[in-house]
Design a protein around this ligand. Structure first.
Ligand code: GLC
Length: 393
């Protein structure tokens, strides 16, 4: 079996149907629910081979959209599950994740030209991006805020240590407890990110905002295609505003850095793979991109590990090659970086990222994360993110 076949077999094996909704669990043992950006990844991969399954995945995801437009990062689906309240309300979390939804829907449309599907999903998509632009940027700074590290999709990243007031050698359990305290605060705030949660944790994260820009571009195509001129204008305007604000507030020394935004912007100067996500959204000039790739991405002292790209620079005090989001290699970051490199025409470097991704999976299987120094696989088994290699084309 080729790795592509294995990837599709894994996605099929992890597919579940509950209450008439069909979706894919990231890992049957470790993550037996539906997750937001994971579902987007699944849909992106499935778009080419099983578009019906890709469509179901996104339909299931938007089916639990909250009244304010937010789409939760976990949908439990299983009634009576012990964790149903852990991350928010009954049955869904009260957080979101990097907004890859419009991109995923557009990938499906590109393959199928299914106008009816686009028209069906579009209102939920529009409401979700409007929610982000209005409720997550209440003071019109043109950068959306996240209210918990889990909303970055990189739960334990040391990017957030100083905001959480935790040491770099914090245990997984203590870190989780800290993030769950934020969920309690959110609950006490009556799930009001706009006016209340932004006093507890309010980070203008680089990947989230870069992903937003790229997704607004695909949403703009959809709006134009469906003849929704006001929406098209909304997208255009916000693409420009968010890109400009990222430049103004998050760019320093040749790279983008996340910032905590309580009273004013305070840069979070921890070097992580977040530097590379703006490549995916075309937010560096070609010269800046070349310098960043040469000096950081391909630099063995910082990000370029013998087996893959470190999610945290090896020079950081918090770097742990076997640590959960503290330096280990993850396949979604590899995919974003692959796409970013291709966008700038760095196809040779992109080929190396693909080769390393394939080698890690061939050696260790579809594991959750990998050691950049030894290649050893860790965490969840039968974890779907490895299927993204099928979309490194
Ligand atoms: C972990 C990851 C997160 C992912 C989830 C389900 O929490 O950090 O990004 O969505 O697992 O796979």
């Amino acid at each position: 079996m080729t790795i592509r076949d294995e990837a599709f077999a894994l996605l099929a094996a992890n597919r579940r149907t509950t209450d008439g909704h069909t979706y894919t669990v990231p890992s049957p043992d470790a993550y037996p629910y539906q997750w937001f950006w994971d579902s987007c990844f699944h849909a992106i991969v499935l778009a080419k081979s099983e578009p019906e399954a890709a469509m179901s995945e996104l339909r299931a995801l938007v089916s639990r959209q909250l009244p304010d437009g937010m789409i939760p990062h976990i949908i439990y689906w299983v009634p009576g599950d012990l964790h149903r309240y852990k991350w928010g309300t009954d049955g869904t979390s009260a957080l979101t994740q990097p907004p890859m939804l419009a991109y995923a829907a557009w990938e499906i449309y590109k393959e199928t030209s299914d106008d009816a599907f686009l028209a069906e999903l579009y209102p939920a998509l529009m409401r979700y991006y409007e929610y982000l632009i209005s409720k997550r940027d209440p003071r019109d700074h043109h950068l959306v805020g996240i209210i918990n590290p889990d909303e970055s999709g990189e739960d334990n990243s040391p990017r957030f240590d100083s905001v959480l007031h935790v040491p770099d050698d914090i245990s997984l359990a203590d870190h989780l407890a800290r993030r769950l305290e934020l969920v309690d605060a959110n609950r006490a705030c009556n799930f009001d990110a706009e006016l209340c949660m932004n006093r507890h944790f309010w980070v203008k994260d680089v990947p989230f905002n870069a992903i937003l820009v790229e997704n607004l571009r695909t949403l703009e195509h959809m709006a134009s295609f469906l003849g929704k001129e006001d929406d098209e204008h909304f997208c255009k305007l916000n693409i420009d505003l968010v890109s400009a604000a990222m430049r103004e507030h998050l760019f320093a020394d040749g790279a983008y850095w996340s910032a905590v935004a309580m009273t004013e912007y305070e840069p979070l100067r921890v070097a992580t793979w977040a530097h590379f996500v703006p490549l995916f959204a075309d937010l560096y000039t070609p010269e800046e991109a070349r310098t960043l790739v040469d000096n950081e991405l391909l630099n063995e002292e910082t990000f370029w590990g013998p087996h893959g790209i470190r999610t945290v620079s090896r020079k950081e005090k918090s770097y742990r090659p076997d640590g959960y989001w503290r330096g280990s290699v993850w396949m979604a970051p590899h995919w974003f970086i692959y796409k970013g490199l291709m966008r700038y025409g760095f196809s040779e470097e992109a080929r190396l990222v693909r080769e390393r991704s394939v080698a890690l999976i061939e050696r260790g299987g579809f594991r959750e994360y990998f050691d950049p120094e030894t290649g050893e696989g860790y965490g969840a088994h039968n974890f779907t993110w490895g299927a993204l290699v099928a979309d490194m084309t």
